[in-house]
Design a protein around this ligand. Structure first.
Ligand code: FAD
Length: 395
């Protein structure tokens, strides 16, 4: 008997990675995506070794090499004086962790995933297909689309993002608390910037009340900027709300002129209210489970949201390969719950040492940097994140 048919709601990063891992193990997959076309808005995402080793196992190394920037190192800079500290090496990630560190444009990355899926399972994704409910019994689950169509499979995976409809249908609303921070995100062609700002490393500008991260994308052709700044008048949790460079400049006016030069070169910066959520205690019920932001939405301060979604996809596929539904979904959740909860909490906590009163005084900052961000401290912080191997973790 062939392997069962798995339904996936949402064709974002997590949904497609899960589909590729399932296809690799001989499953039939059917993805339902609400958007009319498969594309991602422009902004950067960092893929750390815990994510890249999964993508490599899915045969995506050449395609990722063609679109990624491999940063040399990470540096922290003081928000006002620009004083810099080299805190970790990233180009040597493959030696230290066995897999590379990549910085990619979300659109490029998503296109790689879409292309792989189209080659391996033509027609597996239905677009313009908004999932609005499901019913399950002992043998199967039936997904209902807004169009009135239905689809039946052995399991349904809600990979439908932070505002997951499948999560809501399973467990009701999830409380979210506004952090008081808003993110600005934007991308600039490197050529538009003066030579001194052509960076091959990742930089995080930290200060007493906010931070700014810049890093190269697309083999160094683009520079990505993402910030966290205090704002109490912007509560929309969306990745597609456009602002203006002038508004972004105003929010960052205390920052170094080099940061403002990047901001001024952005055509359209996007703004996003940062909401924090407590980790969920469970996310599967019978033949239905969740994946990615649907079950562990996180703040971006450890840059692990996409990486967790990638890990989920591989662990889920390994569980379905080994156990029957619903046992497989219970095993998947059990294998993932502790790690993802720790990352979600760690992301909430990480802001405390990136926004710190001691950073207001350039005389106090060096001691603070040594205590909080010395390379040995940074490595200890990164090791447990980057060493995780979704291909071999016990399921
Ligand atoms: C500013 C910022 C910076 C970030 N930086 C990083 C980083 O450096 N590293 C990192 O690892 N992560 C980062 N992340 C997080 C990362 O982008 C997300 O965690 C990741 O995209 C989650 O993937 P997903 O597939 O779970 O959800 P999504 O990518 O949101 O995909 C969900 C998909 O489901 C679809 N959908 C929604 N509802 C329905 C429905 N009812 N029916 C059908 N389809 C539906 C959506 O259209 C979408 O295509 C960042 C996020 C932000 C906002």
């Amino acid at each position: 008997m062939g392997k069962p048919r798995i339904l996936i709601a949402g064709a974002g990063i997590g949904g497609i990675v899960a589909a590729l891992a399932l296809l690799q193990r001989g499953f039939e997959v059917a993805l339902y995506e609400q958007a009319a076309e498969l594309r991602e808005l422009g902004a950067g995402v960092q893929i750390s070794p815990n994510g890249s080793r999964v993508l490599r196992a899915l045969g995506l190394l050449p395609a990722m090499d063609a679109i990624a920037a491999v940063p040399t190192h990470r540096e922290l800079r003081l928000f006002n004086t620009g004083q810099a500290w080299r805190v970790s090496e990233l180009a040597t990630s493959a030696e230290r962790y066995g897999a590379p560190y990549w910085q990619v444009h979300r659109g490029d990355f998503h296109a790689v995933l879409v292309q792989a899926l189209a080659e391996r399972a033509p027609g597996a994704v239905q677009v313009g297909a908004r999932c609005q409910g499901f019913e399950q019994n002992m043998d199967s689950v039936t997904l209902m689309l807004e169009t009135g169509e239905t689809s039946r499979g052995a399991a349904l995976i809600g990979a439908d993002g932070v505002h997951s409809h499948v999560r809501e249908a399973l467990f009701g609303g999830t409380p979210a608390t506004f952090t008081g921070f808003m993110a600005w995100r934007g991308v600039v062609p490197m050529q538009r910037l003066p030579d001194r700002l052509h960076q091959r490393h990742a930089a995080t500008w930290i200060g007493p009340y906010g931070h700014v991260v810049t890093y190269p994308l697309r083999r160094g052709e683009l520079l990505n900027l993402v910030t966290a700044v205090p704002r109490d008048d912007w509560l929309v949790e969306s990745w597609s709300e456009a602002g203006t460079a002038a508004e972004c400049h105003r929010d960052l006016s205390q920052f170094h002129p080099d940061v403002l030069a990047v901001v001024d070169a952005i055509d359209v910066p996007y703004k996003w209210a940062m909401l924090g959520r407590e980790p969920m205690r469970r996310w599967s019920a019978g033949r239905v489970s969740l994946l990615g932001d649907a079950c562990h939405p996180t703040l971006p301060f450890l840059a692990q949201g996409a990486n967790m979604a990638i890990e989920d996809g591989m662990v889920l596929a390994r569980c379905l390969d080994r156990y029957a539904v619903p046992e497989a979904l219970r095993r998947y959740e059990a294998a993932r719950l502790e790690r993802t909860s720790r990352i979600v909490r760690g992301s909430l906590d990480a802001v405390a040492n990136m926004h710190h009163p001691e950073l207001a005084d350039p005389a106090l900052a060096p001691a603070f940097m040594e205590r909080e961000f010395a390379p040995r401290v940074m490595n200890a912080r990164a090791d447990w994140l980057y060493e995780y191997d979704a291909l071999s973790v016990v399921v």
